[in-house]
Write a protein that binds this ligand. Structure first.
Ligand code: GAF
Length: 398
């Protein structure tokens, strides 16, 4: 604990009436606990979590930190150090905000209150993030699961890990409006150092896999673009998949998830589906198979095969699922020409953010140098390499 004076500074409010914002200053903040909540990477299995598929993510050492204390009032004050902005609200009137990041917090509080009514009282919280937003590292799930874990501990609520995973996902669906799958929240809560999670998103059964690709390393390259299509197009993709499944299910009521539909059955529906629905469904079914093959290749040490599957995954995301963008396509095309690079693909929801690259350790610095020059020449933007290591799940540090 840092026993220094704790300052409240009243700021002009930009929120609705009873939302007077209180600025919190980390220098003077006497926290009761700190939560460290990791971002995630996903090696393969993109956009198939909400289709009941397999994914291969891991938690990383880039995190969001939340400093928390009870304040013995009915008021909650949340401050973002990165945005230099915050908001305050009464715990008796949580509501919904028109500021996106606030809804991650408000949504989590709403859903905790549904499970344990009256369990949360007034608190102060400072959020400090080292996860670049829109980079595909899931700062959203880190924030949701971070605040849920922090409040759970601060007020001794008794939420289980599974409850935290699900209520965080519900907050994102209904407060933020992104109809995401379960991969990100699951990874933030269940991640383990040096382990990849092979997760079956249908039943949440999972198996940890050793994340050792020596002499190859995972290199993340942030394109530093984030096209604002991401949330609306994400929901459109999900709707396309649900529409395709609904048509197939009429004749095959035993298929409850798109990944369960065999490819030849899908082909027999070519005339019944729109070309877009058909392409989306074909990608989903193929990506699910690729993910399982990739996990097997990793475990057997077949890294070239693993890399090839990453390139194939990108091809599907670009052409069939259409969630890539020219910057990411350029980076992956460039990676294909480079010595020591076994595979690369866009990572996360798409429309910008990072690519994940499998690179021989001796080639990493020269590869980064060459691709950065080429990218700058093409788009006039700098790439940012992000060094990550695979790390533990969200945790409370007293
Ligand atoms: C986002 C979502 F939150 C995940 O659920 C997942 O669908 C991912 O995009 C794409 O694989 O991170």
């Amino acid at each position: 604990f840092v026993f220094v004076k704790y300052i409240f500074e009243l700021k002009n409010t930009t929120q609705s009436e009873n939302r007077q914002t209180i600025a919190l200053n980390l220098e003077n903040f006497v926290h009761e606990l700190i939560v460290e909540s990791p971002g995630r990477i996903n090696l393969i299995g993109e956009h198939i979590d909400y289709n009941g598929g397999h994914v291969l993510p891991a938690a990383i050492d880039k995190k969001i930190k939340l400093y928390l204390k009870r304040n013995n009032t009915r008021k909650c004050n949340v401050w973002s150090k990165n945005f230099d902005n915050g908001f305050s609200f009464s715990i008796d009137d949580v509501g919904i905000s028109n500021v996106e990041w606030e809804n991650y917090i408000l949504g989590v509080i709403h859903y905790i209150d549904q499970i344990y009514p009256g369990s949360i009282h007034g608190f102060d919280c400072i959020v400090e993030s080292e996860l670049p937003m829109g980079s595909g590292l899931s700062s959203s799930a880190a924030l949701e699961c971070g605040i849920a874990t922090g409040l759970n501990n601060l007020f001794a609520i008794g939420l289980t890990k599974d409850e935290i995973i699900h209520l965080s996902r519900d907050a994102e669906h209904n407060y933020v409006g992104t109809k995401c799958g379960i991969m990100d929240q699951f990874t933030v809560v269940r991640g383990q150092k040096d382990r990849l999670i092979l997760l079956n998103c249908q039943n949440l059964e999972y198996r940890m896999i050793q994340a050792d690709l020596e002499p190859y390393h995972l290199v993340l390259l942030n394109s530093n673009v984030s096209h604002n299509l991401a949330s609306s197009e994400y929901n459109n993709r999900r709707a396309d998949c649900e529409a395709a499944l609904a048509i197939i299910e009429k004749d095959h009521p035993n298929y409850h998830y798109l990944v369960d539909v065999p490819e030849d059955v899908l082909k027999s529906f070519k005339e019944d589906l729109t070309p877009t629905m058909f392409d989306r469904a074909a990608y989903v079914i193929q990506e699910n198979r690729r993910t399982q093959l990739a996990a097997e290749a990793l475990e057997k040490g077949f890294f070239e095969e693993f890399g090839r599957l990453l390139f194939e995954s990108h091809h599907g995301l670009r052409n069939n699922y259409e969630v890539s963008c020219e910057e990411l396509d350029f980076m992956v095309d460039y990676a294909k020409t480079q010595k020591g690079v076994l595979g690369a693909r866009m990572m996360g929801g798409g429309f910008g953010g990072c690519t994940i690259n499998v690179v021989h350790k001796d080639e990493i610095s020269s590869y980064i140098e060459r691709i950065s020059i080429a990218y700058r020449k093409q788009f006039g933007i700098d790439l940012t390499p992000i060094e990550v290591s695979i790390s533990d799940a969200v945790e409370v540090i007293k």
